[in-house]
Design a protein around this ligand. Structure first.
Ligand code: PMT
Length: 411
């Protein structure tokens, strides 16, 4: 017996064939799957494929083609389907479907159902890279993101049109897993604003060169995704990285430490929890030349000034305001991990420092996994076993909420 129910809306793109495997993957995860196909989708895959896989009727048109009774029954079918299903998953979400959803058009069964549906919506776009990058598509995505829909960005790679770039439908198992997570997510951060910094900063040496570091942004983006999925407004201040922003997250792009500081201070007052995952450059070039530095045979020396210590500044500011905001710093260490975490906890007036050994194999910078130790203001030290950054993100937020409760009680 299925424990969840989903509408799988199939759009008219070449990736429609992958939706058949997605139906199977959703069923494997306990979903009863009701497929709705647009007219264009039926040009790529036959409804029979989905009917055979799901054992259910596939909706292919708004008004049926029978007599008056059938027309009457099918004219309210979209309301029944909307009420009886817990989640709406659209894959592939074509540029056309995104546009129609964004602007509230209701000119076929799927778009009408979308307007009647009140539950969570997962969109898995797939299209040609130029269409994906087009400002119209990006503007429509922004509208849908702001509406709280969960967007799983397309993968990059070779596309059916012969070009290479972003636009491939992610693997069906990933979409199914994402949908399951959206449906079963917790809402313990409803109403909170969580400010997260991620990625490296870039400090210019001249107009074409910069100093930076290996941070990929994965750890910070995972925390932003977890916060958004648990109901928070997640504001993600990000240095330059190659990642798509997670669904439902407000992205503020910055380059330098000074830009990151300004963005953090701008959003500080409205944030209940601040998580500083970013690997901020500690130095910037004192006087950046306005022209490209020419190559010579001479030794070149750089004069560097310290960048603002954003974490320390926020720690002071929060202490001064006695606002009850929770400040979480990160510490990238290569030795004495716990001692360094404790030192940074005190020095930067944090409530928690998440320390990772960045010299270990397969964790720390760039990797998908991490292994961390939490140093808490209560004096406790809590190690979290090696896991994916996304799993750790939830564990770090769990610990933050526990700590906030403990600090609140002790006041
Ligand atoms: O991005 P990934 O590839 O996923 O890698 C994740 C990570 C290794 C970058 C992450 O887990 C991590 O350790 N982040 C902190 C990196 C760092 O700069 O550590 P730090 O020990 O130098 O700084 C301590 C804290 O002060 C950090 O919270 C940092 O954001 C903050 N800081 C540092 C310097 C500065 N000028 N301003 C700051 O706010």
């Amino acid at each position: 017996m299925a424990s969840h129910s989903a509408v799988l809306g199939v759009g008219g793109g070449i990736a429609a064939y992958k939706a058949a495997e997605l139906a199977r993957q959703l069923m494997e995860r306990g979903f009863a799957v009701n497929v709705v196909m647009t007219a264009a989708a039926q040009e790529f895959v036959r409804p029979l494929t989905f009917a055979a896989l799901t054992g259910r009727k596939v909706v292919t048109e708004m008004f049926g083609n029978g007599g008056a009774d059938e027309v009457l029954a099918s004219s309210v079918e979209h309301i029944r389907v909307a009420e009886e299903n817990q989640i709406l998953v659209i894959a592939p979400a074509t540029a056309d479907l995104l546009a129609r959803f964004a602007h509230g058009l209701a000119n076929d069964f799927l778009t009408t159902l979308y307007l009647a549906f009140e539950g969570p919506v997962v969109l898995a776009p797939a299209m040609n890279s130029a269409m994906w990058n087009h400002p119209a598509t990006q503007a429509n995505l922004e509208i849908l993101r702001q509406r709280g829909h969960h967007i799983l960005p397309p993968d990059a790679g070779p596309l059916a049109c012969g070009t290479t770039g972003p636009g491939r439908l992610p693997e069906p198992a990933r979409i199914a897993e994402f949908a399951l997570r959206v449906l079963t997510q917790r809402h313990d951060l409803d109403g909170e604003t969580i400010l997260i910094t991620a990625g490296p900063t870039r400090e210019p040496l001249d107009p074409v060169r910069f100093i930076s570091n290996r941070s990929s942004g994965k750890m910070g983006y995972a925390i932003a995704e977890a916060a958004a999925q648990r109901g928070a407004r997640a504001v993600l201040v990000s240095g330059p990285v190659q990642l798509e922003p997670p669904a439902g997250v407000e992205l503020v792009r910055v380059q330098t430490a000074r830009e990151m500081r300004d963005a953090v201070l701008k959003h500080l007052a409205e944030s209940s929890i601040i998580v500083k995952t970013a690997a901020v450059a500690d130095y910037h070039v004192a006087n950046v030349p306005s022209q490209k530095v020419k190559k010579t045979a001479m030794r070149l020396s750089l004069e560097l000034d310290p960048t603002p210590d954003i974490l320390a500044e926020v720690g002071l500011e929060i202490e001064r305001r006695a606002s009850g905001q929770l400040l979480i710093g990160f510490a990238a260490e290569t030795e004495n991990v716990v001692a360094e975490a404790r030192r940074k906890l005190q020095a930067k007036k944090c409530d928690m420092v998440v320390a990772n050994d960045v010299s270990a194999d397969g964790t720390g910078f760039e990797s998908d996994e991490n292994e961390v130790v939490l140093a808490l203001r209560t004096g406790e030290v809590t190690p979290l076993a090696r896991a994916s950054k996304r799993v750790l993100a939830d564990q770090i937020l769990d610990q933050a909420l526990k700590l906030r409760l403990a600090l609140h009680k002790s006041r």
